[in-house]
Design a protein around this ligand. Structure first.
Ligand SMILES: Cc1cc2nc3c(=O)[nH]c(=O)nc-3n(C[C@H](O)[C@H](O)[C@H](O)COP(=O)(O)OP(=O)(O)OC[C@H]3O[C@@H](n4cnc5c(N)ncnc54)[C@H](O)[C@@H]3O)c2cc1C
Length: 437
């Protein structure tokens, strides 16, 4: 199919959209944006590849990211999480039957969240889902679930924000059938994994298959049945369809009027990669659960180890939420104190220290106004499609699943209609709506 399609954004959303379009036979695809601006960064330290932004794969990625990693000839490296969690005094907790049972109990909790997720699309539920996840559970007498939700397999609190900040709408969107079916169905490994060569390698391999241009796009507007893109230098570029896969507050588009200043919330996260001469006081990964429970910012919430470098030092990565106004110097002092005093980890060399805008999400007022549903109903209207962490969920698997759904629709609209194509569309639509594809 020779329709000219523009993708705005060269992050996981834009690149997985491009892959999905290619799979459906669209070859005239141009990607705009800088891959180096995406939230993916792999550092090479003394021969070790270490992801300092998007990094972990968990069992929910079985149908999306993991097959992609294998297809690109890269390897998945399993981190045996249950054995690696440490207790509050940083003693490794041994893997035992009771922990495995606990994980399966957590999966039952997921079932509860999944039912909630199914109800998400019902308008009259909007108000309830606009409150914070913590308030949502409290109101239903389910406060105890909050802890499991925050500390459960996959370390949701670290990845998905403190539960008193994130709306129930966003927190629940993460749950889908795949999440609880996988452990029951497969040779799945409990816990999480990384891409041995790094996330960046995966996405660089995808970029090489497409036409990419590092230009930023200012606005998108329909014009005589086509779509016009205006770049930073006011050049006009004309396409047949466009997928907006960059943060929606970074661009002008016809439905932008639906947003107001308070429509979008975000968190800020820091990522800190360092070496230390000290043997890891814990195994591969540690949740400093006290800080997560007490919702502390400007503290390392998770510390992962990356092995031993050629010079004999140990590589570590620390990540946590930060307040908006703290400077790099102030935060560095705080983290160093924490690492030395509480974890016994003096820093030998700092390799990477960066802040990220993270967890872009619809605010409580936007959820109450039904903005996510409105945007969803506008998918494909005037040949403009919306993708990215804000409209799906902010993990890479959810983003890819969302792309499969919108591109199924885009494909159906652009192919000759027949009973076969209608059936094909329906099957894909149902499976991808259930997020089983
Ligand atoms: C520290 C950290 C750890 C994380 N860990 C994980 C993890 O373990 N697992 C996981 O699944 N996810 C993780 N994430 C989240 C994941 O990285 C993001 O959800 C994902 O990158 C979002 O993808 P995106 O394509 O929507 O946006 P981004 O990655 O932010 O990419 C946006 C793209 O849009 C482009 N752009 C912006 N404005 C314009 C414009 N006007 N015109 C053209 N292009 C534009 C940028 O150049 C960029 O290429 C992590 C994130 C961070 C920061």
């Amino acid at each position: 199919m020779d329709r000219r399609i523009a993708i705005i954004g060269a992050g996981p959303a834009g690149l997985t959209a491009a892959l999905e379009l290619k799979k459906r036979g669209f070859h005239n695809v141009t990607i705009f944006g800088k891959f180096s601006d995406a939230q993916l960064r792999t550092m090479q330290v003394d021969g070790i590849a270490f992801d300092v932004a998007a990094c972990l794969l968990h069992f929910g990625y079985q149908s999306t990211v993991i097959p992609l990693v294998r297809k690109m000839g890269l390897t998945v490296n399993y981190i045996d999480t249950p054995a690696d969690i440490v207790d509050r005094r940083l003693r490794p907790i041994k893997k035992s039957t009771s922990q495995v049972v606990e994980i399966y109990l957590n999966i039952l909790y997921y079932l509860f969240f999944f039912v909630g997720w199914l109800l998400l699309h019902r308008t009259r539920w909007r108000k309830a889902y606009s409150s914070s996840m913590e308030a949502f559970l409290k109101r239903r007498g389910l406060s105890t679930l909050a802890e499991s939700f925050a500390m459960g397999p996959g370390g949701i609190a670290q990845g998905y924000g403190f539960l008193d900040e994130v709306t129930a709408y966003h927190a629940m969107r993460w749950f889908r059938p795949r999440l609880f079916l996988t452990p029951l169905l497969s040779k799945y490994k409990l816990g999480v994994a990384t891409i041995s060569e790094g996330y960046e390698t995966l996405f660089t391999a995808i970029i090489e298959q497409f036409q990419c241009t590092e230009r930023n796009i200012k606005s998108v507007r329909p014009s005589l049945g086509k779509i016009e893109l205006i770049d930073e230098e006011d050049n006009r570029l004309v396409f047949d369809e466009v997928i907006i896969a960059c943060p929606l507050d970074r661009i002008q588009f016809p439905h932008r009027y639906l947003f107001n200043e308070e429509s979008i919330d975000e968190s800020y996260i820091f990522s800190y990669l360092f070496t230390s001469a000290i043997v890891p006081p814990f195994a591969d990964r540690a949740y400093l659960d006290e800080y997560i429970r007490t919702k502390q910012k400007n503290k390392a919430l998770v510390i992962r180890t990356g092995g031993q470098t050629n010079s004999g030092d140990y590589l570590y990565w620390a990540v946590g939420y930060k307040t908006k106004d703290i400077t790099k110097e102030e935060l560095q002092d705080k983290i160093e104190d924490q690492l030395i005093e509480e974890c016994g980890l003096p820093i030998k060399q700092l390799h990477f220290f960066e802040f990220f805008r993270y967890n872009l999400r619809f605010s409580s007022s936007a959820v109450r106004r039904g903005l996510p549903q409105q945007l969803e109903s506008l998918q494909g209207h005037q040949k403009i499609w919306y993708s990215g962490g804000l409209v799906s969920h902010w993990d890479i698997s959810s983003i890819y699943e969302h792309n499969r759904r919108i591109i199924n629709k885009l494909h159906f609209r652009n192919r000759p209609k027949s009973l076969f194509s209608a059936l094909n569309y329906l099957i894909h639509a149902v499976l991808s709506w259930l997020r089983l594809l």
